[in-house]
Design a protein around this ligand. Structure first.
Ligand SMILES: *[C@@H]1O[C@H](CO)[C@@H](O)[C@H](O)[C@H]1NC(C)=O
Ligand SMILES: *[C@@H]1O[C@H](CO)[C@@H](O)[C@H](O)[C@H]1NC(C)=O
Ligand SMILES: *[C@@H]1O[C@H](CO)[C@@H](O)[C@H](O)[C@H]1NC(C)=O
Ligand SMILES: *[C@@H]1O[C@H](CO)[C@@H](O)[C@H](O)[C@H]1NC(C)=O
Length: 565
């Protein structure tokens, strides 16, 4: 063809170059214009398999439940804008597998004197005879926080679309010394051996966070118990308290108390025992009353988490809200804000001393093309690229093997209360440590100008070793106005015995959700790399410590898009 029409190839080529140049120019223009930039961002930073509504604002997950073969997820939602406002409603989505979701009409909207200023967080309980009921916080006509009930209008509707609020609401009002502006988020109720229901609601008195306990025989009239279920000294307001039995360790069922600490925006948990008669929870670890020493659900951007018992598979599943790390103006330009973590199965570690979280197995149905690497020596100062996948939408599982612990840096006991500070000061790149930093560089530019480092570092403490896990977002994007912290927590693992540590990282455009040490420590980051604009992201495994680390195995998968309408 080229010999017959010598000019044509050239013309086609020229027009191709022109349109490519134009495309580059257009992207350049869009990138320069802050609103247009966010328009691009709104598409590229949306998640493919982390739950989010099609538009507008979302915060806490509410009343997750499994009922008649359908999973329900409700969520705090502003149906009109991407910002949080006074008139919050309940969004509602249903699913058969916890992966693909169908959005339904709003389940609860401010409508009655007891919730006219907002329908805030709450939980579901399935009553005997298979009757679901929701308890939630309403903001009444004078913005008092009161606890209300709602029932499905039609139990034959497989999706429970419509909910009825009985006239006798509210069922619990602020009382005694409780501040009416700090009293919210009723938990799922549980039935005692005496035939009475119990539930807990979070509040604060004199700066001390409290999980108030209430009892009821008929689910309508609720009476405060003599003592709170639990409280701590000086932690500030507790939100979204969750309380439930978890697993069996040495034949004993543990109880888990989860509280969302409003002042610091983190979710903490404690494992212990529950004395039903006395109505009190006792922590197993009594070594410190300082709540800051409690383990966290997630050491990154996860808050207001909530669990439910999945009767279909007899497992306890946790959802958590992950908020944006950009500005409110960015959210407005994007038209959306807030995602949920992937549903995580909760279990106890074999010795019953800590929580283990792991993505639900259903998520693996989205796994596509796979990369499998084995036995790679990561010498000091080296990195290995994981090629052949779309690494902005992937699931990565890697196991690191430590040949020796001799080079571990000494640990200063003062570091125990502030792992993020340790992550910030030690850093992922400079400051070559002993054992580590080693881990993954995700959503990375080929010159590493942008990347999010998820990594470990091993320290030698008195008679044991400490393993630090960090997610350093400080280089996650060239945009300077974003919130880009270094997050971190310790991994409670006997590294001397195991000599191995695993990392699973779910990468989904603007979220990096990581599970360290088999799910003992989790860190979720929200990042907005500019390289996503050209879909030119890379994934590396790295070791910038002074000791060689081996990757015994690395598996990575492309993740398909979940259907979320
Ligand atoms: C809440 O809704 C009411 C009624 O629609 C409206 O008058 C009020 O301005 C709204 N408040 C906010 C903060 O959006
Ligand atoms: C209840 O839901 C079922 C199933 O969707 C429907 O057939 C029935 O008409 C509904 N009943 C009422 C009173 O709306
Ligand atoms: C509670 O905290 C205050 C100051 O934060 C302290 O003075 C007090 O001793 C603490 N009480 C207990 C029981 O730990
Ligand atoms: C949401 O994100 C910001 C950073 O953008 C953070 O400072 C804030 O504490 C977060 N809020 C909650 C409730 O998690």
């Amino acid at each position: 063809m080229a010999s017959i029409f010598p000019g044509l190839g050239w013309i086609l080529g020229f027009s191709f170059i022109c349109s490519s140049l134009f495309e580059i120019y257009r992207r350049h223009l869009l990138y320069q214009d802050p609103i247009a930039k966010n328009f691009i961002a709104s598409e590229l930073y949306r998640t493919a398999y982390h739950f989010q509504p099609t538009q507008h604002w979302m915060n806490d997950p509410n009343a997750p439940m499994y009922y008649n073969g359908v999973y329900h997820l409700f969520y705090q939602h502003n149906p009109d804008a991407a910002t949080w406002t006074a008139n919050i409603s309940w969004g509602h989505s249903v699913s058969a597998d916890l992966v693909h979701w169908t959005g339904l009409e709003l389940a609860l909207t401010p409508s009655d004197p007891f919730d006219i200023s907002g329908c805030w967080s709450g939980s579901a309980t399935i009553l005997p005879g298979s009757k679901p009921v929701i308890l939630y916080t309403g903001l009444d006509t004078v913005s008092r926080q009161v606890q209300n009930i709602a029932y499905p209008k039609n139990l034959s509707d497989p999706f429970l679309r419509e909910w009825i609020k009985p006239r006798y609401n509210p069922v619990i009002e602020p009382h005694g010394r409780i501040d009416a502006a700090l009293f919210r988020d009723p938990s799922t109720a549980w039935l005692g051996r005496d035939g009475s229901w119990r539930l807990t609601v979070g509040t604060v008195i004199d700066g001390n966070g409290l999980a108030m306990l209430y009892k009821s025989k008929d689910f309508v009239k609720w009476v405060p118990a003599e003592n709170p279920l639990y409280y701590t000294n000086g932690s500030g307001m507790w939100e979204c308290v969750d309380f439930f039995p978890l697993g069996e360790a040495r034949g004993v069922t543990k109880y888990m108390l989860k509280v969302s600490m409003f002042d610091v925006s983190y979710d903490y948990y404690a494992l212990g025992t529950y004395d039903e008669e006395g109505g009190v929870f006792t922590r197993d670890d009594a070594s410190s009353t300082d709540y800051r020493t409690w383990p966290m659900i997630d050491y990154g951007r996860v808050y207001a988490s909530k669990t439910f018992l999945d009767e279909a598979k007899q497992r306890r599943i946790l959802w958590g809200w992950s908020n944006e790390s950009n500005s409110i103006a960015d959210d407005v330009a994007k038209g959306w804000a807030g995602i949920q973590t992937v549903p995580r199965v909760l279990s106890l570690d074999t010795d019953g001393k800590r929580l283990v979280q792991w993505p639900i197995e259903e998520l693996e149905s989205l796994r596509g093309e796979q990369i499998h690497l084995q036995d790679i020596e990561l010498e000091t100062g080296s990195q290995v690229e994981v090629r052949g996948l779309k690494v902005s939408q992937a699931d990565v599982e890697v196991e690191f093997e430590l040949q020796s612990l001799i080079g571990a840096e000494p640990f200063d006991a003062n570091w125990i209360v502030d792992p993020p500070k340790l992550c910030r000061e030690k850093g992922a790149y400079a400051n070559h440590g002993g054992i580590g930093p080693f881990g993954l560089l995700v959503l990375a530019a080929d010159n590493l100008e942008e990347n999010t480092a998820v990594y470990f570092r091993v320290f030698r403490a008195e008679g044991s070793y400490k393993v630090l896990m960090c997610a350093d977002q400080r280089r996650s994007s060239k945009r300077s106005e974003l919130y880009k912290p270094a997050s971190g927590g310790f991994v409670d693992i006997d590294i001397k015995k195991e000599r191995k540590i695993s990392l699973r990282t779910l990468i989904d455009h603007s979220v990096v959700e990581s599970f360290g040490g088999g799910g003992r420590t989790c860190i979720t980051s929200r990042v907005y790399p500019t390289i996503l604009l050209n879909d030119n992201t890379h994934l590396y495994a790295f070791n910038y410590g002074t000791e060689t680390v081996k990757i015994s195995e690395l598996k990575a998968w492309n993740m398909a898009q979940a259907q979320i309408s």
